[in-house]
Ligand binder design. Structure first.
Ligand code: NAP
Length: 278
């Protein structure tokens, strides 16, 4: 009897996970490209993470996305880690290799840059400094990718200063730290402004950093994508800046993972955005 090919499975592991848009996104691509695979959201407690990860390949899983609260912990479990995941100190994508080893990668920085290029095609990283608000996990990915892209200097401000100081230590002298109360002044000379805090998201507080000093030529982007147009993007638009919403970062970071798991590089287009927003 001829053996039928195994149906590839992938998914996303977090806790909670019900809010994740990744299932809609990957299922849209599986359907678009006629790939007979499945993508499953999995709510896993931190204590069970390793047991679950070691069992998944035996069930036909080719890999998983990893989200809060596991992005850092998974680095202890992975057998192979890419340079970008090492630099960022966290992984968002795992590939289960045929030899049983777990390969960890971080595609957030890639997603951030691709979204910026798509939303602001004239953006030139070398034009001037980038101002970054926030110093959490997402900020690490954004800083690593911007330095790699050739941004000359990064101005960084975070409510908890020590976290920003740590990023200065990790990434070096091209990252200059400002107190949170100075964030409004920090953005004056920026060619790019990025909000990596969770402020502005539905259910969280508003970002109260004054944007009056922004230059009209500046590009402004927000990692928050619920709502799609945050107050920060609204204000930046009124000033005359080019703005880029955060949904595209989520879509683009998924591209390398889908390709590795299912063997087809997906395209991010209007239909992809619509699928993620459904
Ligand atoms: P995280 O590690 O928990 O960091 C949260 C950041 O927000 C920290 O800088 C924190 O400052 C700041 N913050 C939270 N509440 C604040 C407040 N009341 N006042 C001032 N600052 C506050 O989270 P993360 O993983 O970096 O994610 C940050 C945001 O990016 C989230 O909204 C997440 O959904 C979004 N994100 C989007 C994408 C995408 O694809 N678009 C990808 C990754 C993340 P402290 O250090 O002072 O606490």
């Amino acid at each position: 009897m001829t053996e039928l090919p195994r149906i590839p499975l992938a998914g996303v592991i977090g806790s909670p996970i019900a809010h994740s848009k990744s299932p809609q996104l990957h299922r849209h691509w599986l359907k678009t490209y006629g790939i007979p695979g499945h993508y499953i959201p999995m709510d896993v407690a931190p204590a069970n993470l390793e047991t679950v990860l070691r069992a998944l390949p035996q069930m036909g899983f080719v890999g998983v996305n990893i989200t809060i609260p596991h992005k850092e912990n998974v680095m202890e479990i992975a057998d192979l880690i890419t340079d970008s995941a090492t630099l960022i100190g966290a992984a968002n994508t795992l590939i289960f290799r045929k030899d049983g080893r777990i390969h960890a990668d971080n595609t957030d920085g890639y997603g951030f840059i691709e979204n910026l290029k798509a939303g602001a095609p004239n953006w030139n990283p070398r034009t001037g400094p980038a101002a970054i608000l926030g110093a959490g996990g997402a900020a690490r990915a954004v800083i690593a990718s911007l330095l790699d892209a050739g941004v000359p200097e990064i101005f960084l401000s975070n409510r908890t200063r020590v976290r920003a100081d740590q990023l200065h230590k990790d990434f070096g002298s091209r990252v200059r730290v400002y107190d949170w109360v100075q964030a409004g002044n920090m953005i004056d000379d920026a060619a790019l402004l990025v909000n990596t805090t969770s402020l502005g998201m539905i259910g969280k507080g508003e970002l109260r950093v004054p944007l009056d000093g922004l230059r009209t030529e500046a590009i402004v982007t927000d990692l928050v994508y619920a709502p799609l147009k945050t107050k920060m993007l609204e204000t930046a638009e009124e000033i005359g800046c080019t703005t880029v919403d955060g949904l595209g970062m989520l879509l683009h970071q998924a591209v390398p993972a889908f390709e590795r798991w299912f063997g087809r590089r997906p395209v991010v287009d209007r239909a992809t955005r619509a699928a993620a927003l459904r």
